[in-house]
Design a binder for this molecule. Structure first.
Ligand code: F6P
Length: 467
């Protein structure tokens, strides 16, 4: 179960229904797993006030959940993306707290739980995903105590000092504790969660195990990190296709064959540090360290949450910065920033990754950042340099990247110059180590490890391992 289905509903110009792949890392990660399983995916089809019967798409059984236009506003844009999203990302933007949004969050979580409760077979495993559905585990357990319930949080879980702002902080924790296993991206996220449980409920925690009192005495809930990944082999397979390699050459040529192509790929979100990246690049052009004849930055900013105020303001801010920089530095033959407010098919993204000498991931806070892993998976040629924010979950694993603090603009500038000048031997050595990480811990290994822990927890309910 996830808020967003792997496909979003769209209407063709002739009025017929169309389904398009949904944006975001969650879908990238879960789609191959669900294609390989005979379960069903419960979620929202990306459009308000429309009901759809269950259907099959790209080898996945889909069970759509309806949201009204008001719920879209209050549950999705409001509580999920204007309360929880900024709060869980270290309050980079101020979270808004509205009681009607909370009421809508409760109501929509209940609908999701009811849908899953009626679809799941006796004793089935239900895996609930992400911050939009944190009340579902408890609701589901109450309706169907026979189920094995896992929850995975794709975004960070904040330190208590930040989490404590939330007026409904106890209800959310209680909702999550309805699960048998709660997964997080980083060790720190799982630690933050357990600390919040201790502070707010006083429950005993032992390593990754939490004792949660219930009618029968107590249940053991496990809260542990499971860093998510991608289907690395399928990205490499695309990168090896001659037509995609030809497209990568074409992209380079169309950009005027600059010495270095730098690439940023993000949902247009204030957590991604796109402005910091543009500022650093602009200063390097200004002080003459770089010139547009030698270096181009390609920035793909895919549209996201376009009716939420902070996202509207961010788009204006980024596009103003891009326009200014291009006005100041572009020439007729060379554009400083090739900016694209679009989502592209995976084939085009792989061609872009192949064309890019330097990949810039400058997130101010990010659960994982699968773009970093996609770039590494694609570079079977052993070339390319990844510049990676230490505030992205991926930095816990991808230590051979050039790690940066995106708030330190001088540090980002130095990292960019270092990446551009890095000798081939060092590039290859680093990329080889990065690729080993990404291929050894691909998304199949991630889900297998989560589901194994969930099942083992059920078997060893009386004495869970502490590590
Ligand atoms: O991984 C974070 C996440 O919010 C997912 O839950 C979501 O599917 C994706 O990013 C894209 O966001 P949205 O569904 O709001 O477009």
């Amino acid at each position: 179960m996830s808020n967003r289905l792997p496909v979003d509903h769209e209407v063709n110009p002739d009025g017929s229904d169309a389904w398009r792949t949904s944006p975001g890392g969650l879908v990238t990660a879960l789609e191959p797993l669900m294609q390989a399983s005979d379960g069903a995916w419960v979620g929202w089809p990306g459009v308000a006030d429309r009901s759809f019967d269950p259907f099959e798409k790209n080898g996945i059984s889909i069970i759509p959940v309806r949201l009204s236009a008001l719920e879209l506003e209050q549950f999705y844009e409001g509580f999920s993306n204007d309360t929880l999203w900024p709060l869980y990302h270290d309050v980079i933007a101020p979270p808004s707290y509205h009681r009607e949004w909370w009421d809508s969050y409760v109501a929509v979580n209940r609908r999701f739980a009811e849908r899953a409760a009626s679809a799941a077979a006796p004793g089935a495993t239900v895996w609930v995903h992400d911050y939009q559905l944190q009340l579902v585990p408890r609701m589901l357990r109450e309706a169907r105590p026979d189920l094995l319930i896992g929850f995975f949080n794709h975004i960070p879980f904040p330190p208590y000092g930040i989490y404590a702002q939330l007026p409904w902080r106890k209800q959310i924790l209680d909702g999550l504790l309805g699960a048998d296993l709660i997964g997080f991206q980083r060790v720190a996220d799982a630690g933050n969660f357990s600390a919040a449980v201790r502070r707010l409920f006083g429950y005993t925690t032992r390593g990754v195990a939490i004792d949660v009192p219930d009618a029968a005495g107590s249940r053991h809930v496990i809260a542990k990190h499971f860093p998510i990944s991608i289907d690395a082999a399928s990205y490499e397979a695309l990168a090896r296709r001659p037509d995609i390699q030809e497209r990568a050459r074409q992209i380079r040529a169309d950009l005027g064959n600059p010495g270095t192509i730098m690439l940023g790929v993000d949902r247009l979100d204030y957590t991604k540090g796109i402005g910091h990246r543009i500022k650093a690049f602009g200063e390097l052009l200004e002080d003459g360290s770089l010139s547009v004849e030698d270096v181009t930055l390609v920035q793909v900013a895919s549209p996201s949450r376009e009716r939420v105020g902070t996202y509207i303001a961010l788009r204006d801010e980024i596009e103003l910065a891009v326009g200014r920089l291009n006005g100041d530095y572009s020439t007729i033959s060379h554009t400083a920033i090739s900016y694209h407010h679009h989502a592209y098919p995976r084939e085009e993204m792989v061609a872009l990754y192949l064309a890019a000498d330097v990949m810039l991931v400058t997130a101010l806070r990010d659960g994982m950042n699968l773009v970093a892993k996609e770039y590494v998976a694609v570079r079977f040629d052993g070339d390319g340099v990844l510049v990676l924010s230490e505030f992205a979950g991926a930095a816990d694993e991808l230590k051979q990247a050039i790690l940066i603090n995106p708030h330190d603009i001088d540090g980002v500038k130095a990292a960019i110059l270092r990446a551009i000048a890095m000798p081939r031997t060092e590039r290859t050595r680093r990329m080889r180590a990065l690729r080993r990480k990404v291929f050894d811990n691909d998304v199949a290994a991630w889900s297998a490890s989560f589901l194994r822990t969930l099942t083992e927890g059920a078997v060893v309910r009386a004495g869970v391992p502490d590590k």
